[in-house]
Design a protein around this ligand. Sequence first.
Ligand SMILES: Nc1ncnc2c1ncn2[C@@H]1O[C@H](COP(=O)(O)OP(=O)(O)OP(=O)(O)O)[C@@H](O)[C@H]1O
Ligand SMILES: [Mg+2]
Length: 260
Amino acid sequence: MSQTATDQPLLRIRGLTKNFGTVDVLKGIDLDIRSGEVVSIIGSSGSGKTTLLRCVNLLEEFQGGEIVLDGESIGYASRNGSRRRLGDRDLSRQRSMTGMVFQSFNLFPHLSAIGNVMLGLLKVRKLPRDQARQIAQSWLDRVGLGGRLDHYPSQLSGGQQQRVAIARALAMDPKLLLLDEVTSALDPELVGEVLNTVKSIAQDGTTLLIVTHEMRFARDVSDRIVFMERGLVAEDGPPSLIFDGRRSQRLNDFLGTARA
Ligand SMILES: Nc1ncnc2c1ncn2[C@@H]1O[C@H](COP(=O)(O)OP(=O)(O)OP(=O)(O)O)[C@@H](O)[C@H]1O
Ligand SMILES: [Mg+2]
């Protein structure tokens, strides 16, 4: 849980709309996240959770509304009432303000654990090799993999691979870390180690936006829970309110079918 939350939102989303052709997927999302806050998004399959994260990470274009990250409107420039997608250079600069970890770890199979974490530091941050190695090593230590720096993904368990992916994202020093169902592809016995890693980085004050189906974890780790339904934020509040308070029939139904 955060120690450093301030009143100024780090992420401010207003009226975000997104469609894929004729399908409206996000229908006007409003969401604020303060620095140091841990926010979990829950909701049924297809409610738009991944799409929302991908819009924030600028992996998807969006048609309406605004995403402001650390005071900067991201993805688009508006001039004289017209709006255009920013160029690749601006998009990659803005994209580097957020880190994202996916369900499938997406590690490079031909690179060792430390090689995977160093890559962005070398290619994007353009750090000298020694410095990149030092930063990568300390993040791998941080996620409990200091003894496996030279292991290749195929020599690591799914939980270890996912922890490398988390270290790789954090090594780039993002303002906001987006986690999309980072335990969904894991065997049940490996889920706990990854959730514990996420809990521990949350305690460091990392700002986290987490999509998860792990309800107990969401309740334990989050400052706020956001319940998404059909492209809208249906509920947004502290875990106690979401899980214990008076709640809508739909949230009730969802929690009834979700894993406790
Ligand atoms: N690239 C795409 N092209 C067309 N439709 C898409 C695309 N990506 C997502 N969708 C649609 O958008 C809707 C929301 O999908 P999204 O993946 O954001 O849901 P989700 O809440 O993350 O679901 P899940 O819990 O299953 O991961 C779904 O109806 C999905 O079919
Ligand atoms: Mg999803």
